[in-house]
Each structure stands twice: as structure tokens, then as C-alpha cells.
Design a protein around this ligand. Sequence first.
Ligand code: AR6
Length: 177
Amino acid sequence: MHRVQVVRADITTLEVDAIVNAANERMLGGGGVDGAIHRAAGPRLRDACAQVPEVRPGVRCPTGEARITPGFDLPAGHVIHTVGPVWHGGNADEERLLGRCYSRSLALAVEYGLRSIAFPAISCGVFGYPPDEAANVAMRAIASFLEPGADLERIVLVAFGERAESTLTQALGAFGD
Ligand code: AR6
């Protein structure tokens, strides 16, 4: 896991090939990190999102999947939009769906030839996923993705605050190097 690091930051400031957005299925913006990314990327991001085809009415990106757009005014070249599960107590397939957010986002990054990617704590805000459990899911998904030797050079887990930083650092530490 030497390619994985925890960084305390506002994800919209990071100079990486892609930042991941914790979006919703409509993909037209929202609150939390989604709102911050849309504000920093400028209105062209919403236009690009609107052009992503709907898979069913009102759904551009189903929960557990990912879509990619340019980053426009962001320092990051791309935004990978993924939709985490809403926490319903842990027995509603949340863990599998959250893991898929990470693996699908990483797969898209590799497909586009990207070398660095930064993730926020998907589902850990409005969607209510317990941050310590989510951090372990994230590490497991990343570790199993990296095993086959994917080309990614740098995977950043963004901590938005001190508590998030210690949660993520602890989860990463449990995986060793
Ligand atoms: N940089 C990094 N992390 C951030 C930032 C930032 N600028 N701002 C917030 N976070 P949330 P969710 C952290 O609620 O739970 C939206 O309305 C925040 O502290 O943004 O997946 C969407 O449109 C938290 O740890 O995403 C969806 O409807 C984490 O990002 C819904 O919220 C995720 O919090 C998605 O909910």
C-alpha cells in the first residue's frame, strides 16, 4: 500500500489526474463535497454531467458505479463521479456497494491512463456511513485492486478534518506496506 497516502485537505485544491466526487444518481450537483467540486470546477462541469446519458429516468450513475468528466477549472484534470450507498444500518448491501465505488473509480482511472487519484470519504457525510467502517472498506477495495499491479502511482485518501485523518491513518496502518 506504499502508493496510498492520507492527506488532510480540501479535495478541490489537489493537483492530481482525477479527484473523485461523492455524487448522487442524478449527477447534477448537491451539497457537501459534491457542491464544493461543482463550485470549484465552474458551470462547465454541470453541463458535462448533464450530457452523461441517463440509464433510467433521473439516474446517470447508479449507486456503486462511476462516470468520468473533465475537471474544467479544477487543478485536477478529471472528475470521477461515483455514488455511495446511503447507510441503512449495515444490512442493505452497503459494504459491497461502497467497495464498488472505489474499485469502479480506480478502474476508470486506469482505463483513461491516469496515474494519480484522490478520494473523499464517500458516503461518510449526508449518506451517514460510519467513517471507521467506511475507511476499512476503502482500504480493502484499494488493496485488492492494486494486487494485480495496476499502473496507478498515487492514491490519495482525503481527510476533511482531524478526526477523519486519524480514522483513515489508522485504517491504512492496518494494511502495512
Ligand atoms: N474536500 C474533501 N472532503 C470533503 C469536502 C472537501 N471540500 N467537503 C466535504 N468533505 P458528503 P456523501 C467530506 O456529504 O455522504 C451530496 O449532496 C465530508 O466531510 O459530501 O457521499 C451529494 O450530491 C465527508 O467526510 O457525501 C449526495 O446527494 C465526505 O466528504 C450526497 O451529498 C462525504 O460527505 C452524498 O453524500
